[in-house]
Ligand binder design. Structure first.
Ligand SMILES: Cc1cc2nc3c(=O)[nH]c(=O)nc-3n(C[C@H](O)[C@H](O)[C@H](O)COP(=O)(O)O)c2cc1C
Length: 247
């Protein structure tokens, strides 16, 4: 099967002048966030300021971090889930020139990601597919077919920890947000940015008795289709499973 991301590189090199970014040609900056459909119900999350999590020595978190693929059956609390969401994409401020400062770094502060969430076990949330709205710190539920959990597991090459996770996070690249400033090089920056996001998840999970497994072995087309993404303007750039630790 042809590689979608490879195709994106080919396309970009055809129509973007290396020297002239869209920004330098006066194209207005893309929106900071994808719009939520008018019909979507907004789901409130606990405020980041209210989240009280156990303290852990950073050295210990770094030292004991490892990839964990076996998860306990019990759910994450809404507080724990929200905390991890905030650690990966939380918006700390929006400047008057429309730049967000978040809990993770991003080249040029472009912050080109949105977070899709396959939720299987979080207290107070129905299982299903959701999207985080980082700017307002809310979520929306995305209508899907009934077997979205199995479909996404299959799209991730049947890795059973997707099916068994409490939550699987899908970081979706909004290419225009990065490429607007950096043209083709923006692709490199998005892949680098994704690593920072997942590392924050790994370390914060250690703090609260959770485990994480980064996932890059997945079928791009199948994941994008399941998430209702076109695979070019929007595509799944990185995935991670998450759950309470078994041990
Ligand atoms: C970019 C990247 C992609 C990965 N993809 C997968 C994957 O698809 N499935 C999986 O089970 N583990 C995946 N992993 C986890 C690695 O296998 C794991 O980090 C590695 O074995 C080292 O183990 P440690 O994280 O416990 O130190 C991935 C890790 C990274 C950084």
């Amino acid at each position: 099967m042809e590689n979608t991301i490879g195709k994106q590189f080919m396309k970009m090199t055809k129509y973007v002048n290396l020297e002239l970014s869209a920004q330098s040609q006066g194209v207005p900056q893309p929106a900071l966030e994808l719009e939520a459909p008018n019909t979507a119900e907004l789901i409130e999350l606990p405020s980041p300021a209210s989240l009280e999590m156990p303290h852990i020595d950073l050295r210990l978190a770094v030292e004991q971090r490892e990839t964990r693929r076996d998860y306990a059956d019990h759910p994450l609390t809404l507080q724990e889930f929200t905390y991890l969401l905030w650690c990966t994409q939380g918006v700390k401020s929006v400047s008057d020139i429309s730049i967000t400062r978040r809990t993770v770094p991003s080249a040029g502060s472009r912050h080109a990601f949105e977070t899709w969430l396959l939720i299987n076990r979080v207290e107070g949330l129905q299982p299903g597919l959701y999207r985080y709205l980082a700017l307002s710190h809310k979520m929306i539920k995305i209508p899907t077919e009934v077997d979205i959990r199995q479909r996404l597991t299959d799209a991730c090459k049947h890795q059973k920890h997707v099916f068994e996770s409490a939550v699987t996070l899908f970081w979706v690249a909004v290419t225009e947000r990065m490429v607007w400033r950096y043209s083709q090089r923006g692709y490199r920056y998005m892949f680098l940015d994704a690593g920072h996001v997942c590392q924050n998840l790994y370390l914060a999970a250690e703090q609260i008795g959770c485990g994480v497994c980064a996932i890059a072995a997945y079928d791009d087309d199948l994941v994008n289709q399941a998430l209702q993404l076109d695979g070019e303007k929007l595509f799944a750039i990185y995935i991670a499973t998450l759950g309470k630790r078994n041990t």
